[in-house]
Every structure is written in structure tokens, then in C-alpha cells.
Design a binder for this molecule. Structure first.
Ligand SMILES: [Zn+2]
Length: 211
């Protein structure tokens, strides 16, 4: 799909891209802008990947972010780092406060090996389709994805996945610190509690520089 979405009727947003349920879309954002990831209907997880426009071999890295923050879940004020530890985003607002930066996004093997559903859609396949028409080559692997709003917690060393409790309209707002192309998958997982067994659409919204 094309990277740029329709212009919204609202003056508040420079751009808005609707991410249909179980699909993925891309959007470009520039340094100084503000990116919102919005759950339109509630209890939905989005898998976010981002690459620097000037060098897509530098990309959002959940593991580097966890390492430098020394925490499993970023909070408002925290940076989200690249694989070279460059701050790509800073969290401004977070309505949900639950995220996973440990497990990769869902992929075809997850469904075929772990669930016996080889034909099931996956975030990785959705993201690959969404970036296929990009003018530049974007490296993509499952471990590059930040599982936004994923309600995973660590209990006695085990990762426990629960249905996300957050309601429709919940969002996280990120200050954009570098020029980026961003891809978001509205996760199609309907076999486990990840999306409360009901995958739904999301939105990417871009606002101008703060102040
Ligand atoms: Zn997924």
C-alpha cells in the first residue's frame, strides 16, 4: 500500500493512516513531529517498526531500548532507541502503560509450529507486504518490532500474556527525534488473548511540531 494516507478533515493532524484489522501500513514522519498510535476500538496490539530515512540499516531496536533504559517497559519521558542507540522517539503520553519489547512480532512459523495454523496471517507477513512498495530497501525481522500495548508481564520468570484491558481511543504519543519511515501492523492474533481474541483496526496520526 502507499505510504501516505489521506488528509484528515481535522486541522489537528497533518496526516492520518488507518491500519485495517489484521493488516499493516506505513507512514513517514519528520524530526520534530508527533506520532500517535491509536487503538480505535480497544484491546488491540500494534507491532511497530521504524527505520531512519537517511539510513534504513539503522532502525528501532526493542532490545537496545530495554538495555539502555534498564527497564522492560518505557514510560513517558523515555527514549526509544535504534540499533545504534540513537534516540528515535521520546514517549510523550501513554494511555495504556503496557508494552512488550522482548518477544518478536508474530510470524508464519509462530502459527504453523505453535498453533498448527500454517495459513494464519501474521504481523511479519503484514509488515512485509506494507513495505514492499517502499522506494528503499528496508530490512525487517520479527525482533525489530515493538509490541505496542501488548499486555505481557513477567511472573516468576515466565512471560504471561493477558488480554489488554485498555478501551477504544487509547493512544501513545511519541515525539519524533529523527526522520523516519514507520510501519504498524494491527496484530491478527485471534488464537490467544493478545488482542482479546478479536483483531480490530488502529490508526497512525501525525501532528506538527509541539508549541
Ligand atoms: Zn502479531
Amino acid at each position: 500500500m502507499k505510504s501516505m494516507g489521506k488528509q484528515t478533515e481535522s486541522d489537528e493532524f497533518l496526516n492520518e493512516v488507518i491500519v485495517p484489522a489484521s493488516e499493516a501500513r506505513t507512514i513517514e514522519v519528520l524530526k520534530g513531529q508527533v506520532l500517535q498510535i491509536v487503538d480505535l476500538e480497544g484491546q488491540q496490539v500494534g507491532d511497530l517498526a521504524a527505520w531512519r530515512l537517511e539510513d534504513p540499516d539503522e532502525y528501532l531496536s526493542p532490545s537496545h531500548t530495554v538495555s539502555s533504559l534498564a527497564k522492560l517497559v518505557p514510560v513517558p519521558g523515555d527514549p526509544i532507541l535504534s540499533n545504534h542507540r540513537t534516540p528515535l522517539f521520546r514517549v510523550l503520553r501513554d494511555d495504556v502503560g503496557r508494552h512488550d519489547l522482548v518477544v518478536p512480532c508474530c510470524d508464519p512459523e509462530r502459527y504453523s509450529i505453535d498453533y498448527g495454523e500454517p495459513e494464519h496471517g501474521s504481523c511479519l507477513a503484514s509488515l512485509e507486504a506494507a513495505i514492499a512498495d517502499q522506494p528503499r530497501e528496508l530490512p525487517l525481522r520479527g525482533e525489530m518490532c515493538w509490541n505496542v500495548f501488548m499486555n505481557n508481564t513477567v511472573v516468576d520468570g515466565k512471560i504471561v500474556t493477558a488480554a489488554p484491558p485498555h478501551p477504544a481511543g487509547s493512544l501513545i504519543e511519541l515525539e519524533v527525534l529523527e526522520d523516519l519511515v514507520v510501519a504498524l501492523s494491527a496484530c491478527p492474533q485471534d488464537i490467544s488473548a493478545v488482542n482479546a481474541f478479536n483483531p480490530t483496526p488502529m490508526a497512525l496520526r501525525v501532528k506538527g511540531a509541539r508549541d
